[in-house]
Design a protein around this ligand. Structure first.
Ligand code: ATP
Ligand code: MG
Length: 543
């Protein structure tokens, strides 16, 4: 381990810990609370936890931080496990903080015996009112100087269920004048008569995160407890717990914080997710508009693209706002290499070729992936009745529009040069179809169209639905629960009736709809006879 070259500040710290403390094995953990699905911010933490341990040939545990029974469930545990596996990481042990409740309780008893914890009868409001401010010290609780015997008795009574929720807490006795407010006699146990999804009704007192977390780390032999920056202010308490709980044996874990991932325009908060799921703004935690791994997966993102993103944003000590195009570039680059090319007309208009035999059909070759050397190809049929993309035609073209216009020429990809002879409208004045003719002797006439567009035979194509997803909140809006209905973007999903070449229906993995974007079949809703394709990412960065 001595000759490992650190590539970020966390690894630097670990290298010096190895030297100073003589650590033999580096152990990290990923500690999600099973009260929601894994989101892209968690993916950053997961990558850091697993990759750091791997670099030092150590290991990582998965620990469910299930100390908040009113919000947690096995459903979320399974979803979290599934996502971490999907990312391709293997944990060494899977634990639950609730498995340590007995140990954590014993640590609390030990603190009481040392005179370092007391049962407090103040209400939650009274506790926060006496906590003080950044500039003023807090006020000591009138219950602070209870005898050890009385505290032991009361804490046992708390466990035995003799008191109602919120009537008493166990608080660490530290320092009400401490400059760090988290150190002002923090609550370490609360009474909650709530059924726990694994422990059932065994407990009616639950340890607070700040107490359970360091003890769980220590109990598992975690050497480095890596977490996001909002826990920095909690580190003194983390260390206080580690230093004062005498039941801890072995190496003392060390907390190191890294910048939380924030993506511009993306809300990464479980409260928000739960709210939009429950209010039906999305179709579940795996909705393609959700920044959850389930959402990204359904949208066609690969595990590699997510990991590549985490690699590109790096590990830093200060918070910053990451631009979403960085993530999009990761999947786009991968799909450019891997995605099979097929033709789809996402938003069709009809084209009739007036000088092509209606009984005729020609095979046209399409490369499966022109970026790959010697890539295979497949065939498409050309007939007299076609679809082209609505955006490839303009009645009154803007300057620099090089695709089809009335009386203009365009090349049909892999096939002929055509001329638009007539725009036929319906009774409402909308385009019904275009009458076009093939210019068989375009070369001889010296006609070289500047634009090439894709097309599909109406006879040899399949009708499908395509969906493009945008931001769930209107541009520039910031999430506020109270005004959610006003800031939700009504056009965050746009569905179109589209057509694809028949071979597309066989593609289960990512495809490029040539010239249009990367798409994938929606595994949740698509079915035979009603196929739905989701846009993973556009072909080009919109910026
Ligand atoms: P909540 O939204 O309820 O605060 P959370 O996102 O913090 O929840 P946890 O399950 O507690 O969810 O997080 C598990 C781990 O993931 C924590 O160690 C936390 O540091 C890390 N984490 C959470 N959000 C981010 C983020 N945006 N960037 C980096 N790491 C994160
Ligand atoms: Mg949290």
């Amino acid at each position: 381990m001595e000759n490992i070259t650190p590539s970020n500040f966390i690894e630097q710290e670990i290298v010096s810990d190895i030297k100073e403390k003589g650590l033999k094995t580096i152990v990290t953990r990923f500690p999600p609370e099973p009260n929601g699905y894994t989101h892209i911010g968690h993916a950053k933490a997961i990558c850091i936890d697993f990759m750091t341990a791997k670099k030092f040939k150590g290991y990582t545990n998965l620990r469910m931080d299930d100390t908040n029974p009113s919000k947690e469930s096995m459903h979320y545990v399974k979803a979290l496990m599934n996502d971490i596996k999907w990312l391709g990481f293997k944990w060494k042990h899977m634990y639950y903080a609730s498995d340590y409740y007995e140990f954590i309780y014993d640590c609390a008893i030990d603190l009481i015996k040392q005179g370092k914890a007391f049962v407090c009868d103040l209400s939650a409001d009274e506790i926060s009112a006496t906590r003080g401010t950044l500039t003023e010290p807090g006020k000591e609780s009138p219950y602070r100087n209870r005898s050890i015997e009385e505290n032991l008795k009361l804490f046992e009574d708390m466990r035995a269920g003799k008191f109602a929720d919120g009537t008493r807490t166990l608080r660490a006795k530290i320092d009400m004048a401490h400059p760090n407010i988290n150190m002002r006699d923090p609550v370490i146990y609360r009474i909650q008569h709530v059924r726990h999804f694994r422990q059932g009704d065994k407990w009616c007192i639950y340890p607070m995160y700040d107490f359970a977390h360091p003890l769980s780390d220590a109990h598992e032999g975690i050497t480095h407890s890596l977490c996001s920056l909002e826990f920095e202010d909690h580190r003194p308490l983390y260390n206080w717990v580690i230093d004062n709980c005498r039941l801890i044996k072995g190496v003392k874990p060390r907390q190191i914080e890294f910048a939380r991932l924030n993506i511009d325009g993306t809300v990464l908060s479980k409260r928000y997710f739960i709210s939009i799921v429950n209010k039906g703004y999305v179709d579940g935690w795996d909705d393609p508009r959700m920044p959850t791994l389930a959402g990204f997966r359904r949208k066609g993102y690969t595990a590699n693209s997510i990991k590549e993103f985490c690699k590109r944003i790096g590990v830093s000590k200060s918070n910053s706002l990451v631009q979403p195009h960085i993530l999009e570039a990761c999947i786009r680059e991968e799909l450019n290499q891997n995605a099979t090319r097929v033709v789809a007309v996402v938003d069709p208009i009809k084209v009739n070729i007036t000088n092509y035999d209606s009984a005729k059909a020609e095979k046209i070759k399409i490369s499966n992936n022109p970026t790959v050397k010697n890539s295979k190809s497949h065939t498409m049929m050309f007939t007299n009745e076609l679809y082209i993309e609505r955006e490839d035609f303009m009645i009154e073209p803007t300057p620099k529009f090089f695709r089809l216009v009335p009386n203009g020429y365009v090349r049909l990809m892999g096939a002929y040069v055509i001329k638009c002879d007539e725009v036929v409208k319906d009774e409402n004045g909308n385009i019904d179809h275009l009458n076009c003719s093939i210019v068989y002797d375009a070369k001889e006439q010296g006609i070289k169209p500047k634009g090439t567009i894709h097309w599909l035979s109406r006879k040899y194509s399949e009708r499908v639905r395509t969906r493009k997803y945008g931001n769930l909140l209107k541009e520039g809006e910031v999430y506020e629960e109270e005004i959610l209905d006003k800031i939700i973007n009504p056009e965050s999903m746009i569905e179109k009736v589209s057509y694809v070449e028949p071979s597309a229906l066989k593609q289960k993995s990512n495809m490029q709809f040539v010239r249009m974007g990367y798409y994938i079949e929606d595994k949740k809703l698509s079915k035979k006879g009603d196929r739905i394709y989701i846009e993973t990412v556009s072909l080009k960065d919109s910026k």
